[in-house]
Design a protein around this ligand. Structure first.
Ligand code: B12
Ligand code: SF4
Length: 435
């Protein structure tokens, strides 16, 4: 089957997308003719030079909020976007796969409708972290999309596209949500977790690597997380936590250096230190093979991140670790089910700094039950540990979405609004002093 895989705005322009690289490889293994289009990066480049960078953190609402997208963003980007989409429409693809994040969703909806109109018979497939049954139901029933891959895509996508190529039924296929005979959404059962070390290594020959903001490549050493924070969807999406064997990770790093001459890596793990033993082996192997690389990533404030291990990570090129501290109030951390103590958090941040690795911290504001006093404690934690903290990512107010415990059991957290299904802006919950 002739398949186009497409990334639309707005997603990170730091590196080529890892998800489409994995999906492209497994589809090619099945004999499909796959072309990958990173229209996100191409649009970003084409729009350089405007006053504001619409790919900047502060600008995501332009892409994420459907109303703002349609009324303000689309009128500006339409000529460019349409010319890119025409590239797909004119090349006879039989199916198009889009990667859907909350930040790409309005644009994906627009492109899906446009391509269906321009190329009757074309099959539209979505996959990505925003694709939960709850969220895609309307799009499936309104025929904006023919099939949605729910969860990890590497096992589902080959079976799905093989069936589409044969004109076979996809209804009820594991890992797929599609329209049933009655026009209603039907979801197949969940698939077992993907073992990334059994997959072909992702490649980046499809991309113009000069387009990206940094000369970096993505790499994912593990999938999932060992935590179960009540505001996080991660544990539902990539479940359970699994880390690739160290030798397999290092093989990918060596391939990327050899193939693309790039020595800087952007890790796509939700949790780098879910298996401290393998992480240490990775560091040892990188040093043994003198790979001279740099990298950083998300980690948990865990006491097993010892001074010794941090020293090894530093030698292996780790430049920064980004920790989900979230709050300086133990009460709020417990409500979040973070599983960390503030004392341990302070120790790990200090040890990270002393090992020569930048410690970044991420905060969440507006968790149900958080009061102004709790927020003051967060400020106190930062001022008490500022010498060891390199960056404080303030993020935005708490968002609530499918998969999160907060979403599934809102009443348990005193959330009274029924307008939960939205990210950040629209929800009507007051910031402090919650019920
Ligand atoms: C690394 C990362 C970043 C980095 C990206 C760096 C880079 N290399 O470019 C940075 C820090 C820039 C970043 C920023 C943001 N991020 Co981020 N990020 C991640 C993280 C940790 C990894 C992303 C990744 O590459 N995953 C690996 C790939 C393989 O997984 P995947 O994309 O889910 O793809 C699989 C499936 O979804 C599916 N699939 C995906 N696409 C397709 C397409 C088809 C056709 C098919 C069949 C299947 C399929 O198959 C894939 C393989 O199994 C994820 C969490 C996670 N572990 O995934 C969060 C995550 C993607 N980020 C998220 C968010 C919210 C953001 C921000 C909006 C945060 C913010 N407020 O600023 C920004 C948005 C960036 C932007 N410009 O638009 C959310 C997205 C939620 C959602 N539902 O959309 C996630 C899921 C975290 C979370 N649990 O909340 N992020
Ligand atoms: S530690 Fe991070 S990735 Fe893991 S469940 Fe908590 S917030 Fe999600």
């Amino acid at each position: 089957m002739r398949i186009a895989l497409v990334m639309l705005p707005c997603w990170s322009v730091f590196t080529p997308p890892l998800n489409l690289s994995y999906i492209a490889r497994v589809l090619r293994q099945e004999g499909h003719a796959v072309t990958v289009f990173d229209f996100n990066a191409r649009l970003w480049r084409a729009m350089q030079g405007q006053e504001e960078d619409w790919w900047d953190f502060a600008q995501y609402e332009r892409w994420q909020n459907s109303q703002i997208f349609e009324e303000q963003t689309l009128p500006t980007v339409k000529p460019l976007l349409d010319s890119l989409l025409k590239e797909i429409a004119s090349r006879g693809f039989e199916a198009v796969g889009f990667s859907v994040f909350h930040t790409t969703a309005p644009c994906v909806r627009y492109a899906s409708k446009m391509l269906k109109e321009a190329c009757p018979g074309i099959k539209i497939v979505w996959g990505g972290p925003a694709c939960t049954p709850h969220w895609v139901k309307g799009d499936i029933e309104e025929e904006t999309v023919d099939a949605v891959v729910i969860g990890e895509g590497e096992a589902t996508a080959p079976e799905l596209f093989n069936a589409l190529a044969k004109g076979a039924s996809i209804c009820g296929m594991a890992g797929v949500a599609a329209r049933g005979a009655d026009g209603k959404m039907l979801c197949g059962k969940k698939r077992p977790p993907v073992l990334a070390h059994e997959l072909p290594l992702p490649r980046y020959d499809d991309y113009d690597l000069s387009l990206y903001r940094f000369s970096q490549l993505p790499i994912m050493m593990s999938r999932g997380c060992t935590g179960a924070c009540t505001f996080c969807q991660e544990t539902v999406f990539f479940k359970p936590y699994r880390m690739r064997p160290a030798a397999h990770i290092v093989e990918e790093i060596e391939q990327d250096i050899k193939q693309y001459g790039i020595r800087e890596f952007s890790t796509c793990d939700s949790l780098l230190n879910g298996n401290h033993k393998i992480l240490e082996q990775v560091a040892d192997l990188i040093c043994e093979r003198r790979l001279d690389i740099s990298w950083g990533g998300y980690a948990r404030l865990d006491r097993r991140l010892t001074v010794e291990l941090l020293g090894k990570l530093k030698k292996a090129g780790c430049k920064w670790l980004s920790f989900g501290l979230e709050s300086g109030s133990q009460k709020v951390l417990d409500l979040m089910n973070k599983g960390i103590s503030l004392e341990q958090a302070a120790q790990t941040i200090k040890a990270t700094f002393e090992a020569g690795i930048e410690a970044h911290i991420n905060l969440i504001v507006g968790f149900p039950g958080e009061t102004e006093d709790d927020f003051d404690m967060t400020l106190d934690f930062i001022s008490g540990n500022w010498q060891s903290i390199s960056i404080v990512n303030t993020g935005e107010t708490l968002g609530v979405g499918p998969g999160m415990t907060l979403f599934e059991k809102p009443k348990a957290f005193g959330i009274l609004t029924d307008k939960l299904y939205c990210f950040r802006r629209n929800w009507t919950f007051p910031l402090f002093g919650l019920v």
